[in-house]
Design a protein around this ligand. Sequence first.
Ligand SMILES: Nc1ncnc2c1ncn2[C@@H]1O[C@H](COP(=O)(O)OP(=O)(O)OP(=O)(O)O)[C@@H](O)[C@H]1O
Ligand SMILES: [Mg+2]
Length: 268
Amino acid sequence: MENLKNTTKNGCIIECQNVTSQYGSFVACRNVSFSVNKGDYLCIVGANGSGKSTIVKTILGLIEPKNGKIIRQTAQIGYLPQKTEIQRDFPATVKEVVLSGTILAQKRSNFGIFYSREQKQQAQNQMEKLELLPIANKSFRELSGGQQQRVLLARSLCAAKDLLVLDEPVTGLDPAVTDELYTIIRKLNQEENLAVIMVSHDVHRAVQNASHILHMDKEVAFFGTTGEYQKNPLYNDLSHVEVCQTHLCTHCGSDCNASHIILGQHSH
Ligand SMILES: Nc1ncnc2c1ncn2[C@@H]1O[C@H](COP(=O)(O)OP(=O)(O)OP(=O)(O)O)[C@@H](O)[C@H]1O
Ligand SMILES: [Mg+2]
């Protein structure tokens, strides 16, 4: 991982050059190249297991790439991991969960036992922005799935000065809450010029909201503007995919906790 100030073009926040990542000897993504500039909204689409989360974790520095190079122009990145990786029964209040996001924005040397006044103000601002103040003292584990996602979004925003990275933030939420979250994210992107990388299985909303699309199939199947993607046959192939909108998967009839893509046959 490198933070090289002068090697990428102006306005570039992340540049991923020919990156390959593995779990042991298993190659999860191969030779991936793309870049994200200031103000971009990149949606990463692709089937289950196509390497979306792996490439996200690699650009965040959570996985060391086997090959290739990642150039990061910022350390101020907010991250909301995929649902399966988040503890939902965490015994803390909404306020405490949001406040914990400010730790991610601090330099190591600033770590302390107590939150500073700035950290508390930052958490307060994010809770206000996402209209969480009325439930600030409620227990996180007693919230609905949609409320929890809103809290976790506020938490990730505490660290997101330049870039917000969201891995399937709406999976399992109902259509109204899904629309609401997409609206909030679009507003953050357009009004605060925050660059966004979002993993999504909802290709319809992806093309409605994003400026750029990265379609993964272990390798890069497509990377470019949303307009170009809509002319690509890959878009037509994916655009008939139905996205499960409920906790109860309509295909297998249970809370399968998967990514809820329903093609001809179930993919998990
Ligand atoms: N910790 C891990 N150890 C070993 N293999 C892994 C690990 N995490 C992911 N994989 C494998 O790497 C491949 C890519 O996984 P990844 O999670 O990146 O896919 P994805 O596109 O995010 O899928 P989904 O849409 O289901 O979230 C898959 O075959 C998966 O089984
Ligand atoms: Mg994933």
